[in-house]
Every structure is written in C-alpha cells, then in structure tokens.
Design a protein around this ligand. Sequence first.
Ligand SMILES: *[C@@H]1O[C@H](CO)[C@@H](O)[C@H](O)[C@H]1NC(C)=O
Ligand SMILES: *[C@@H]1O[C@H](CO)[C@@H](O)[C@H](O)[C@H]1NC(C)=O
Ligand SMILES: CC(=O)N[C@H]1CO[C@H](CO)[C@@H](O)[C@@H]1O
Length: 461
Amino acid sequence: MADLRQRRPAPAPATDEQEPTTPINQPEATKPQPTWQWSRYETWPAFYRFAPAIAILAILASILWWDNNMVEYGLDMRTYASCSGSFNYTFRINAVRAQAELYSLRSWEIGTAAEAIMEVMNPEKSVFAPEPFPRGEVPKQGWKFDEGLVWMYQFIDTQNATLFPQDGFSAADPASLGVAAVMVGRTRSAYMEAAERQKEYLLQDAPRYINSAISHRRDATELWADAISMFPPFLAYYGVHKQDLALVKEAVRQIQLYRDVLSISKGPTEGLWKHIHGPPGEKNMNDPGAWSTGNGWAAYGMARTRATISGWKASNESMRAQVTQLDRWIGEILDGAIRTDDDVESGLLRNYLGQSSWFGETSGTALLTATVYRMAVLNPTVFAKPRYLDWANAKRANVAARVDEDGFAKPAVNPHKHSSREPVSETAEGASFLLMMGAAWRDCICKGVCDPAEQGQVDYA
Ligand SMILES: *[C@@H]1O[C@H](CO)[C@@H](O)[C@H](O)[C@H]1NC(C)=O
Ligand SMILES: *[C@@H]1O[C@H](CO)[C@@H](O)[C@H](O)[C@H]1NC(C)=O
Ligand SMILES: CC(=O)N[C@H]1CO[C@H](CO)[C@@H](O)[C@@H]1O
C-alpha cells in the first residue's frame, strides 16, 4: 500500500504543459477541455442554454393558439369528425331530439324526424355528406342500425301499398318514410320491397293534378308545397339505389310541375310558394298564402333532392341543367323569405310571409335557415355570401335563444292547423326543423364554409 502511494506523482512530469502548481492528486484536470459537455450546463453555448426555455415557451404559445383558434367555440377544427363531435349547437339538441321522437305520430312527422336525427347523429350517411353514395351505392347499415333508423323503422308498414297506410288523407306524406325504408332495405329485403311498392303507388296509383303532378291528397287533386319534402327526395334516393337515372329525373320534373303551379310570380311575395292549390270544389283546401313552413318544406326538399343528384356520379354528370334549376328555385324562395322578413319584434319569419298581421314563429324560420346553410356548402359561389349567411346566423340565434330546457321552441305554429293564430309548444315537425337547423349549421362550420366566429346576434325585443 505504501508503495502505491509513493508512485502516484509519477505521471505528472509526463504532461509538459502543466504548471507545477497543479495538484498532483487530480490527474483528470490535465486532459484537454472539450468546448462543451451535456453534463456541465456552464459549458453550453448561449443558444443551447436558452433551448429549454424556448421549448417551454413554444409549448405554451401553441396551447394559447389552440385555445384561441381551435377551442374558443368548443371546437376542435382538425377534421370534420373532430369538429362535429365537439360541436356546440347552443341549444339543448338532445332535449329537442327527445321531443321529435315523442311527438311524431303521423307519417310525415316520423319520416321527417328520422331524416333530422340522421343529419344530427349520422351525418356521414345523409345526402349532405361529402360522399353520400360510396362506390355509387346507398350506404349499408352495420351491425347496429343508425340512430334515426333504430327509432323509426318499426313504424314502416311492409305489408301494404304505401309505407304508412293509416295516413289515408295524403298521397305524398307516407313517402317521407321512403329514404329510411331504402336504407333499412339494403340489409332487410322486406323494406326494399315496401319502398318499391311506395314508388309504384306514387307513379301509378296516386291521383294527379291536371299538369300530371302527383297530388298531395288522395281524395282530391291538390298540390301542397309540403309535398316537396315528402316524395321527390325519396324518388331521387330510390333512383340512385336502382341506378335509374330516369327516376331521379322524374323527381326533378315533379318539383318543376309543383313550382309551375305554386310559385308566386309577382307582388311582394314574388318567388315564394303558395301553400295549397287545387281546382275549385267542395273538398278544396286552397291556401294561396305563402306559409312559412310550406316554403321551408319546398326549399329544404329541393335541397335534399339536389344533394342526392350531385352526390351520385351518374346524375351529377348528366343532370347539370337540373341542378342549376334547383339552385335557382331554392334561391327564389330564400330571396322571398329574406325580403319579407320584417317582424322586428320577434326576429322570426311570420307564419304567413308578407302578411303583417301574422306572428313570427320558429318552425318555418328554422327550416329556411337550415336551407341556407345546406346550400352554402352545396353551392358556395351563390349561397356562401353575407346576404344569405348573415341572415341565417341572425335567424338561427333568434330561434336557438327560444329553445327552452325541455327542448321546445316558442312561439311555433300549430303544425296540424296552419291557419291557427294560437302558437303551440308541442310540434313534432318543429322539433325536427330545429335538429335540421343545428346539423346544417354544424356542417357549414365543420366543412369550413361558415365562420365559427359568426355566432349571430339575438336581435328581438
Ligand atoms: C355553448 O354555447 C352557449 C351559447 O353560446 C354557451 O352559453 C355555452 O356555455 C356553450 N357550452 C359549452 C359546453 O361550451
Ligand atoms: C359533381 O360535379 C362537380 C362539378 O363537375 C364535381 O366537382 C364533383 O366532384 C362531382 N361530384 C361527384 C360525386 O361526382
Ligand atoms: C291501412 C291498411 O291498408 N292496412 C292493412 C295493411 O296490411 C295488413 C296485412 O295485409 C292488413 O291487415 C291491413 O288492413
């Protein structure tokens, strides 16, 4: 041991540059110093000394940016799915959905609620999806039916000539269950056979107006604006399933025949549609007024038909002229609604557009607002303009602000008595229109057409 200690100073003389004062028991100090070492912070070049601080600042800045740009409206804008999944509808959409299911008893109420729930819950399957017909076909149901279909398919009658024969009054209304029947029919053939019978009923058996438009009623030949949401979207959709271009074209021809009769050609309500027109007679229910909800039925039904056509390659390519026409006809109704929107007290469209004695109400307002958002995505060149979107944002804000905790919007027109001066709260179709408005707004934002910052001002007294 003593020997080893004796020998320790030996290496020192070998390092010739070393000062003799260097402590002989620290031989490592004699090695040449590297410029910097990871383990020795004070040797780091200035840039690297700041690196940890810069990294932390960058993370903080991106969190702040994310907060300001992505989640300010509760939105995660990375993809359509993340956006729609985190969307804030600003009203209690689940309560509204519950009302739509609870109060839908008649054929058109059930068909409309199924469409509305699909638009909210399964937007990838609706005709407003970016690809409504994957590989050119109606989408299939998976192991579990889509939400709107789970609820409604049990109402579809697969035994009779139409999908809902107990509604004996209307020739058109039972067809509102048609799109759902075709979707269910992709995996259950009884429903597709029922859809086929419904189509045959419309084309072969239903009464016709003198211009060969399919009558809205069974016991009289009458055209109602409502019918445009009931059967043309079904005929077009079933036409895609059958790969039958002629049937898709018949859907548009029927819309044209209705428009020929119902569109108002002059005066303050020009471009809007009358509610009901038929030949004079005892059972006649003529209603020449521009019913707000009726105009919504017409405009939204056309928008659904239009989206069906532009979503299927074959019709998209060969029916450009019809698409242009439909866009123009929808625009006429929206222009008329905007022009006659003069009830500052309610901030809503009047139950009869252009008639100052009528109260503003939520149902027609919601459906026409939904139409604007749908058209802004389908044809942004024409409809993604402040003239339409600013208007729709204001109407939506006014409608949404009136949806209560239970999912009722007030005041809403009595859906079974369109000329009643008494608004109601229980309206099945009104609830469905709220869902359609919410889904259409969400899609307009999540597809990057509408600005999430434009929440719209509540501007009623
Ligand atoms: C959704 O929007 C409404 C109205 O702007 C707001 O009051 C509510 O706090 C929002 N909800 C969430 C979960 O962000
Ligand atoms: C429909 O046509 C338009 C314009 O030509 C095109 O941009 C769009 O991708 C087409 N859509 C489909 C589903 O073929
Ligand atoms: C309203 C109606 O036509 N209902 C019929 C539907 O089909 C069943 C079974 O064939 C008949 O029993 C109903 O009368």
